[in-house]
Design a protein around this ligand. Structure first.
Ligand code: PGA
Length: 248
């Protein structure tokens, strides 16, 4: 069986409208012919416009970096899953370590967001990963198991992708070795198997994130349980993003 391959670019708090349009146009001009699913995650205010920019491109989607845990109501500044869906957004990131660290996103909040996202026809990339102290004290496998179990156990996982992003590798230039990444991805598959059975475990795409770039993507994507990448810094440069897409 062959799982879907993904390269996703998380722009974080970067790019104005004109900068974002220019980046996407350059990416589209330089894409080869491949079956990789590409997703860009721009700041939410740009989503609607960039959905139009990528409309005729194949296997190319726009996602949101976050959505509200609430359906609607008096929650100033929030953007709901239904609103995202209504402007042509197809994916949403949930549980990114920056959301966990700076905005207090817990596994239980992540679970609420995932539920609303799925109800509104968004596919979810759920981010998990241990902090450096947790790896150093050999708790990394347990931490990731808990993140997955607490957020996903009561949900239908059919439209969920998991991104393993060790916190110590995000934006640091330090990447997990292929062996470390593969060990964790195999572990995630076994956690999924325990929760949902062998088919779900075998069919769920698992992405690696954390200083993944044009130089190291090939050896990471060659690992048996890695189905692509969630890319931060290197997704802001068209040339690097395109090279990563060609790394399978
Ligand atoms: P990075 O970010 O590639 O810049 O390390 C990855 C992410 O945060 O998703």
């Amino acid at each position: 069986m062959s799982r879907q391959k993904f390269v996703a670019g998380n722009w974080k708090l970067n790019k104005t409208l004109s900068e974002g349009q220019e980046l996407v146009s350059t990416i589209l001009e330089n894409l080869g012919d491949d079956s990789v699913t590409k997703i860009i995650f721009p700041p939410s205010v740009l989503i609607s416009s960039l959905v139009n920019t990528v409309a005729s491109a194949e296997h190319f989607f726009v996602g949101a970096q976050n959505c509200s845990e609430h359906e609607s109501g008096a929650f100033t500044g929030e953007v709901s899953a239904a609103m995202l869906s209504s402007v042509g957004c197809k994916f949403v990131l949930v549980g990114h370590s920056e959301r966990r660290q700076y905005f207090g996103e817990t596994n239980s909040i992540a679970s609420k967001k995932i539920k609303l996202a799925l109800q509104n026809n968004l596919k979810v990339i759920y981010c998990v990963g241990e902090r450096l102290t947790e790896r150093k004290t050999n708790k990394h496998l347990e931490v990731v198991k808990t993140q997955i179990t607490e957020a996903l156990q009561s949900l239908d996982p059919a439209n969920v992708i998991i991104a393993y992003e060790p916190v110590w590798a995000i934006g640091t230039g330090e990447t997990a070795t292929p062996a470390q990444a593969q060990e964790m991805h195999a572990h995630i598959r076994s956690v999924l198997e325990n929760l949902f059975g062998a088919d779900v475990a075998a069919n769920t795409s698992l992405l690696y994130g954390g200083s993944c770039n044009a130089q190291n993507a090939k050896e990471l994507f060659a690992c048996a349980d890695i189905d692509g990448g969630l890319i931060g810094g290197a997704s802001l440069k068209a040339d690097d993003f395109c090279k990563i897409i060609q790394s399978f």
